[in-house]
Design a binder for this molecule. Structure first.
Ligand code: FRU
Length: 454
């Protein structure tokens, strides 16, 4: 089971399960003012195991109430990742007494991976498996999973995007129960070498300067020897059947740091809200957190921004702007473990958070105008050889903007999220200092304002 934690690393702003293992967010949907967050969960150990869907609800995406496990493995297998919709018009016929069914779509992972659905009439608490499962059988592809269902504005009805090894497959349905394949996207040249596995695809429209642009988000397992896990995105169009990448749209990293994977966006919200698993799968099971293992990123609102390097996705943490804007000038000491720094600067500049044990994390903008983070000296706790791999210690990615910058850093006990240039570049990382960071140092022409959250 779990080893005791060297100290309490549970974050205050980031979602964690009450205990045991958590990975991907699932079934993100807003229903009657309630935000649902289901998640990949193994309730009997702090490492990955046969997957269930854990469940929590919130009215503001910050304060979460835990609910009983929503989906258990069944005769078709474990319950892998997926999505949820509220069937307002009852096209599925699964509603009762005027109650719209809340429908979850997941991958049944047994001998093969197939797509299944289950519905709920009690606000997403308990579910009934659909008797016609699987709704999409396996097309002879080993990795065929993570169905994301969305309203289809071109054909009407619904589309489902499913990852299928080195591509994504798209399906259409009018009643959410019978699905017909309409197209494929991929493989793409950047991910064409053998061994890439696509996971958790998401596809949604955003408007930029009055023009609708579709964004495809993918989490990707990179093949050996380089290996690694990254979430990427493309911009393009959706013709109702498949996604067409814009010719001038390079593949972009969604999050330039190590710890943001398998994310997805909400059904039913006005803003496009994204939550991801805040972890890097190669060491996710080895973090020194004791009774629980795994946390989510902060919920972020996605928009598109025109930058000197083209249209880019921008992420902003939900509901924190007022607090970030009303910080006070930072001194040299930190008095809490959950705080935000708003750093403004021009040219190269960096911030160091450190403690008396000689542990420190450094981040900022470097001489080459890249956002960077260096966590190579962030902890003396040697809890995982994988975490200590040199390539997982130092991250940098070029800004899309030049000149003055504003960088928001949100620190939450064991998490550091960085957002620069209105969130067109951002990075998420897990940090496990053996003692809290107590001091701030900085270099360069910068100003720092501090907000203590608690
Ligand atoms: C991504 C993933 C998904 C899968 C789930 C299993 O982290 O591998 O592709 O559905 O986790 O827990």
């Amino acid at each position: 089971m779990s080893k005791p934690a060297p100290r309490d690393f549970r974050p205050k702003l980031h979602f964690t399960a009450p205990s045991m293992w958590l990975n991907d967010p699932n079934g993100l949907a807003l229903e009657n003012g309630v935000y649902h967050l289901y998640y990949q969960h193994y309730p009997y150990d702090t490492v990955w195991g046969p997957m269930h869907w854990g469940h929590a609800v919130s009215s503001d995406l910050h304060h979460w109430e835990h609910r009983p496990i929503a989906l258990y493995p069944n005769e078709l297998g474990m319950v892998f990742s997926g999505s949820a919709v509220v069937d307002e018009k009852n096209v599925s016929g699964l509603g009762q007494d005027g109650k719209a069914p809340f429908i979850a779509f997941c991958t049944s992972h047994g001998e093969k991976e197939q797509q299944s659905m289950a519905w709920s009439l009690d606000g997403g608490n308990t579910f009934t498996w659909f008797s016609g499962n699987p709704i999409i059988g396996n097309p002879d592809i080993r990795d065929f999973r993570d169905p994301k269902v969305f309203a289809n504005p071109v054909l009407g009805g619904f589309s489902m995007i499913v990852s299928a090894q080195d591509r994504a497959m798209l399906y259409h349905s009018d009643n959410l129960k019978e699905w017909k394949k309409t197209g494929e996207f991929g493989p793409v040249p950047e991910l064409s070498q053998e061994g890439f596995v696509w996971e958790c695809p998401d596809l949604f429209p955003l408007v930029c300067n009055g023009k609708e642009i579709w964004v495809m988000v993918l989490s990707v397992v990179f093949p050996a020897p380089k290996g690694g896990h990254h979430t990427v995105y493309f911009t393009g169009d959706f013709d109702g059947k498949t996604f067409h990448r814009h010719e001038d749209s390079p593949m972009e990293l969604l999050d330039g740091g190590p710890d943001c994977y398998a994310g997805s966006t909400y059904w039913g919200t006005q803003d496009r809200i994204f939550i991801a698993w805040q972890a890097c799968p190669s060491y996710a099971g080895e973090v020194p957190t004791g009774e629980y293992c795994g946390q989510m990123t902060l919920p972020r609102i996605f928009t598109l921004k025109e930058t000197p390097r083209g249209v880019k996705l921008s992420a902003k943490p939900v509901g924190l702007e007022d607090q970030l804007a009303s910080g006070h000038t930072a001194g040299e000491t930190l008095s809490s473990e959950t705080f935000a720094l708003r750093v403004t600067g021009s040219g190269a500049g960096s911030v160091t958070l450190c403690n008396d044990e000689g542990e420190e994390v450094v981040f900022g903008i470097d001489e080459e105008n890249c956002l960077f983070v260096d966590r190579s000296r962030s902890t003396n706790l040697h809890f995982s050889q994988n975490y200590e791999k040199p390539e997982l210690q130092f991250y940098r990615c070029p800004r899309f903007e030049t000149g003055e910058w504003q960088l928001d850093a949100i620190f939450d006990v064991s998490s550091l999220e960085l957002y620069v240039d209105e969130g067109t570049r951002w990075m998420s990382q897990l940090l496990f200092p053996s003692q809290p960071y107590k001091k701030i140092k900085f270099q360069g022409k910068i100003c720092i304002s501090l907000t203590d959250f608690l």
